[in-house]
Design a protein around this ligand. Structure first.
Ligand code: MTE
Ligand code: MO
Length: 355
């Protein structure tokens, strides 16, 4: 062996043994405990980074990615220990566990595809949306798995090995996330242009290119714009009045499906339509889709009738939609038919609208 090759083989051996001495020395119970923490952590951080549209969601997104990579870092250890033994036991339910494992890995892979921008999905099935659906499907499986194969933490698990092995695995995950993020920037993949929420830009200041999205099952109503009735606090508001008093505001719509788009919207603030001292106001779509906002936001939440000096496209909520700068897509109610004051608090509603 040449000196260089020898040195190289020694470093790989050194690296391998560092791994063996840390992650490799975890017991199967400890691997399971760490996996339970990583998957549960991924669910919680994922939901938070998904729902929140303000600056600090960046940290949740980073933590979320780290949880996902941590699952992958621990996967080989899991395979070597419990998976092999579990398959040997030949319980029929082992296939549910296999499906669970496959779904979890597919979920992480889709998250990776989304965040790097290497694959953004096909049409409605954006990689982030599919990531969410799989994650959603895996939650009952996770609960079942933890319930049917419980690992009750024992005092003996909380030893130095867990600290060092778990710490090494978490550090490896965090370093991987940072390295991937750096590589995405250096190579100039689409992922580099993501907003802090993790969304990719599409069709800014070009309404024809901006996507149209429905949350689950909404369809654009068939009512013609000239027959549209918008009621605010029970009173009919002529759309022409809105159109003549609208002025331009630049605002970013950031869909939880993983894209964002900025437009110059023609808007009127809610505060100009609604007065009084109610706690909140309800915005209702013709489709039954609804959101409740705190009254203090009446000045910064708008109804929009157009963009770029043009009328809205039907898919974008014509003739009237909400523009809610700083709030994620689900708040931007389309096809608005009524805005009503209410004394119920704004948080007294489902976290995501159902229709
Ligand atoms: N009535 C109604 N409004 C809605 C939705 C919906 O499904 N129905 N989807 C919301 C979501 S999740 C997003 S991201 C935006 C998308 O707006 P766009 O279709 O104009 O892009 O509309 C919001 N308003
Ligand atoms: Mo969305």
């Amino acid at each position: 062996m040449t000196e260089v090759a020898e040195q190289q083989s020694r470093t790989t051996a050194g690296r391998r043994s560092l791994w063996t001495r840390t992650v490799g020395s975890l017991s199967s119970r400890q691997v399971n405990l760490l996996l339970a923490a990583a998957t549960s952590g991924a669910v919680v951080t994922g939901l938070v980074s998904w729902a929140v549209g303000t600056g600090w969601s960046r940290w949740w997104t980073a933590l979320h990615a780290t949880c996902g990579v941590l699952v992958m870092v621990l996967a080989p250890a899991k395979a070597r220990r419990s998976v092999r033994a579990g398959m040997k036991r030949r319980r029929p339910t082992r296939w549910i566990s296999v499906a669970f494992g496959v779904i979890v890995m597919a979920t992480v892979a889709l998250g990776f595809a989304h965040s790097t921008g290497v694959w953004t999905g096909v049409g409605y099935w954006t990689s982030l949306w599919t990531h969410f659906l799989l994650a959603f499907a895996s939650v009952p499986l996770l609960v079942w798995h933890l319930w049917s194969r419980p690992v009750r933490p024992k005092a003996v698990d909380l030893d130095r090995r867990l600290l060092i092995g778990g710490g090494a695995a978490a550090a490896a995950a965090a370093v991987t996330v940072a390295a991937v993020e750096g590589a995405v920037r250096v190579v100039g993949l689409d992922g580099a242009e993501r907003r802090f929420t993790g969304s990719h830009e599409i069709g800014s200041f070009d309404p024809d290119v901006m996507p149209t999205v429905s949350w689950i099952d909404d369809r654009a109503p068939a009512t013609r714009p000239e027959d549209w009735e918008l009621r605010v606090d029970g009173l009919l508001v002529p759309l022409d009045d809105l159109r003549s008093s609208a002025r331009p505001v630049d605002a970013v719509l950031d869909c939880t499906g993983g894209w964002w788009s900025e437009q110059r919207w023609d808007v009127v603030p809610i505060s100009e339509l609604l007065a009084g001292d109610a706690a909140s106001f309800d915005v209702m779509s013709a489709t039954g889709y609804a959101r409740r906002f705190p009254m203090r936001d009446a000045e910064s939440v708008f109804v929009a009738v157009g963009y770029d000096g043009r009328r809205l496209r039907r898919g974008h909520g014509a003739p009237v939609r909400i523009v809610a700068p700083g709030r994620r897509g689900p708040w931007w109610v389309k096809w608005v038919v009524s805005i009503e004051p209410t004394d119920r608090p704004w948080w007294f509603q489902l976290p995501f609208p159902l229709t």
